[in-house]
Design a protein around this ligand. Sequence first.
Ligand code: HXC
Length: 517
Amino acid sequence: MAISKTLVDELEKRRAIALEGGGADKAAARHAKGRLTARERLMALYSPGTFQEFGLHALHNTRHFGMENKPIPADGVIVGTGFVDGRPVAGFSQDFTVAGGSLGEIHARKICHTLDHAVKAGIPVVGFQDSGGARIQEGVGALSAYGQVFYRNVQLSGVVPQIAVIAGPCAGGAAYSPALMDFVIMTRENAQMFICGPEVIRAVTGQSTTVDEIGSAQVHASVSGNIHFIAESDDHAVAIAHRLLSFLPSNNMSDPPHTIEPDLSIDDDPGFDDLLPADSKTPFDVREVILRLSDGGDFMEVMADFAANIVIGFGRIGGVVVGYVANQPLVKAGTLDIDASDKAARFVRFCNIFNIPLVTLVDVPGFLPGVMEERRGIIRHGAKMLFAYASATVPKITVILRKAYGGAYLAMCSQDMGADRVLAWPSAEIAVMGAEGAVSILYNKELAQAEDRQARARELADDYRAEFASPYLSAGMLFVSDIIQPRQTRSAVALTLRGLLSKRETRPPKKHGNIPL
Ligand code: HXC
C-alpha cells in the first residue's frame, strides 16, 4: 500500500515552512550584504547531496513575552552531518533570520545532539555561530542550555577536532563555545565577538570604546589571539575550514590524512643553502625554510597575525602531515615572549592529541627580556612550552638553524625535552646564553679596564661563539643527533618522519598533567 498523498503533502508543507527560515526577505537582505544564509553555509561546507539534516521539525520552548504561539522554524539552528572530501563531518549553523539565531533550550539541544553524534561517530565538528546569544525570553533556561553546549565542547576536546566559524554576532557568554573549540575562523566583515559590549564597558568603567575596538576579526586575530584565521567572506571561511580539515584526522584514535608514496628517496635541495644571510645577526623569514620543507610549498599558517615572532601551521613532508613550530627572526629577533609561548604551546598540544608529528625549527636568542614580560608572568607562560613539548608523545624532530640559547633552546624541543631527533645546520650556535651576554658577565672586570671596550667585547664574543657555541660541541655530547648541510634537510626530515610513524611512547597513567595556565 502506497503512502497516502495527504501524509506526503503534510510532510512537504511542514518541510517548506521550516526550510524558509526567517523568510525570503531576510534571506535577500543577507545576500545583498554578500552573506550566505545559515543553510547555504552548510551547503557550501558539504559535498553536494551529502547533507543529512536532523531536527528540522524542532519546536521551540519559549513560553513568555507572547512567544508561545509564534513560530521559530527549526528553533533557529540547522544541524546534521555531511561529507567533506569523502569524510563525514558534523555541523551546525545558527540562523540569524530566525529570532536572531538566539539560543533557547531546543536550539541548544540540537547543537548538543550534533556534538554527541560527533563524539560517537568519531568525526570533526564545524559550527557556524551567528546569534544574538541566550534567548532572553527563555531566561535562565537559555543560560543552562549554553552550559550544556560548553560542557560538551569540553567533553569533545581532545577526542574530535572542533572548528568554529564566527559569521555574525557572538556576544556575551556565547563567545565561550568557540573559545573552547580547537580553531576559530572569523569573517572580517559582519562578525563581532565580545564578552561585554561597549555600553556595558562604559557603564561599569567609564571607558568609551567601539565594537570594532574590542570585537572585530582584526583585533581578535592580531591583539587578543582569540581567533586563528580571518576570512574575507562566508565562502572563504568554508574554504579555510576545508583546508584545515585536509590536515586533520577524524578523531584522536586515527592518523591524520598522510599521503605517503612508497618511494623513499628525496633529492637534496640546494635552494636551502642560500636561505640564511651571511651575518648571523641579520634576520630572515623562517617561512622560506618551511615552504621549502613542505611538499609542493604547501603550508597552512595558523594565527599568522598574532605573536608573529613564532610561526605555527600545517604542511606535509614526504606525504606525512606535520605541525611546524618555528622561531621567526623577522619579529622581535625570534625571541619567545608570553604570547608566542601561549600560541606555540597550545598548538603543540593540539598536534599531540591528533597524532600529528611535530617539526620544530630553531633560531632563538632567548626569552624576551623586559620588565613587563617578567611582571606578566613569562615564567608561567614560557613553562607552557616546556610542558607541552615534554608531554607530547608524537614524533618530534628539531632542526637547529642558527641560535639556540638558554632556556629557549630547551623550550624549542631540545633532545632533553623529548625530541626524537635533533638535527643542526653547521651555522647552529647552541649555548647556555648568547655570546654578548655571557662575555659581559664573564669578563666584567676586564672589559671595565679595556681601552676600547666595544672592540674587546666583540673579540671575546667571537671567541665564545667559536669555543662554546659550536654545534660540534653539542654533537660531541650527543645533544645533537647529526649536523647536516641545509640542502639535506628535507630528505633527512622526511626519512626520519617515516621511520617514526609507528612510534609508541607510554607514560604512567594519570588524570591529566597540571600545565601552568
Ligand atoms: C531573543 C533576540 C536576541 C536574544 C536578537 N534577538 N538577540 N531575541 N534573544 N538574545 C532578536 C531581536 O529581537 C530581533 O527580533 C531579531 O533577533 C534581530 O535582532 P536585531 O536587533 O533586529 O538585529 P541587529 O540590529 O542586527 O542586532 C543584532 C544584535 C542585537 C547586535 C545581536 O540583536 C543584540 O544586541 N542582541 C542582544 C545581544 C545580547 O546582549 N546578547 C546577550 C544575551 S545574554 P525581531 O522579532 O524584531 O526580528 C547571553 C548570556 C549567555 O547571551 C551566557 C552564556 C554563558
